[in-house]
Design a protein around this ligand. Structure first.
Ligand SMILES: Nc1ncnc2c1ncn2[C@@H]1O[C@H](COP(=O)(O)OP(=O)(O)O)[C@@H](O)[C@H]1O
Ligand SMILES: [Mg+2]
Length: 157
C-alpha cells in the first residue's frame, strides 16, 4: 500500500476536510465494502467515519470512537447500504488471532447491506486480504493538519 508516504498524501487542512473525504468515499462505497483506517491516535479516523455516515444519510452525532464498545452500528440510507458498522480494534492490538466473535466483526463483515469501517486494522493482516473490495485510508499528521492516502483493492466490477 502507499500509506507509508504521508508526504505524498492529500492534505486535509482541518476536520471538515477529513469529514469531506469521508463524504467522498460515501459516493464510492458499495454494499459489502470494507474501509480500513490506519494512522496514529488523533489522526482523524473517527472523523472520517463521521463524514461517511452523514453523507450516507445517517446521524453523525452517533459516531464516536467505539472505545469501550468495540463495534458500533449506525443506520444509514445509502443505495443498498442500510448500516455502517464501525470497529475500533485499538484495545485488541497485539492479541494475535484475537477473538473476532468477541467484537462481532465477523457478523459485520457478513452483512450484505452494510459498509464496515475498521480503525486500527494493523495487526489484523487478513482484513486486507478480504475477497471483496477494500479501501485503505492511511491518515497522518502534517503539523496541525493531516494527510490522507486512499488505495482501493479487490474486484472492480
Ligand atoms: N484534517 C484535520 N486537521 C486537523 N484536525 C483534525 C483533522 N481531522 C480530524 N481532526 C481532529 O483531530 C482530533 C482527533 O480526531 P479523531 O477522528 O478522533 O482521530 P482518531 O479516530 O484517528 O483517533 C479531533 O479533534 C478532530 O476534530
Ligand atoms: Mg478513533
Amino acid at each position: 500500500m502507499s500509506g507509508g508516504r504521508p508526504d505524498r498524501g492529500e492534505r486535509l487542512a482541518d476536520s471538515a476536510a477529513t469529514e469531506a473525504l469521508g463524504a467522498r468515499l460515501a459516493r464510492l462505497v458499495r454494499p459489502g465494502d470494507l474501509i480500513l483506517l490506519e494512522g496514529p491516535l488523533g489522526a482523524g479516523k473517527t472523523t472520517l467515519v463521521r463524514g461517511l455516515v452523514a453523507a450516507l444519510g445517517g446521524d453523525p452525532l452517533e459516531v464516536c470512537s467505539p472505545t469501550f464498545v468495540l463495534l458500533e452500528s449506525y443506520a444509514v440510507r445509502g443505495e443498498g447500504i442500510a448500516r455502517v458498522h464501525h470497529a475500533d480494534l485499538y484495545r485488541l492490538r497485539g492479541r494475535g488471532s484475537a477473538p473476532l466473535d468477541e467484537v462481532g466483526l465477523g457478523d459485520a463483515l457478513d452483512d450484505p447491506a452494510a459498509v464496515t469501517a475498521v480503525e486500527w486494522p494493523d495487526s489484523w493482516g487478513w482484513l486486507g486480504g478480504m475477497a471483496g473490495r477494500v479501501c485503505r485510508v492511511a491518515l497522518a499528521y502534517l503539523g496541525a493538519a493531516r494527510t490522507a492516502t486512499v488505495v482501493w483493492t479487490g474486484p472492480t466490477a
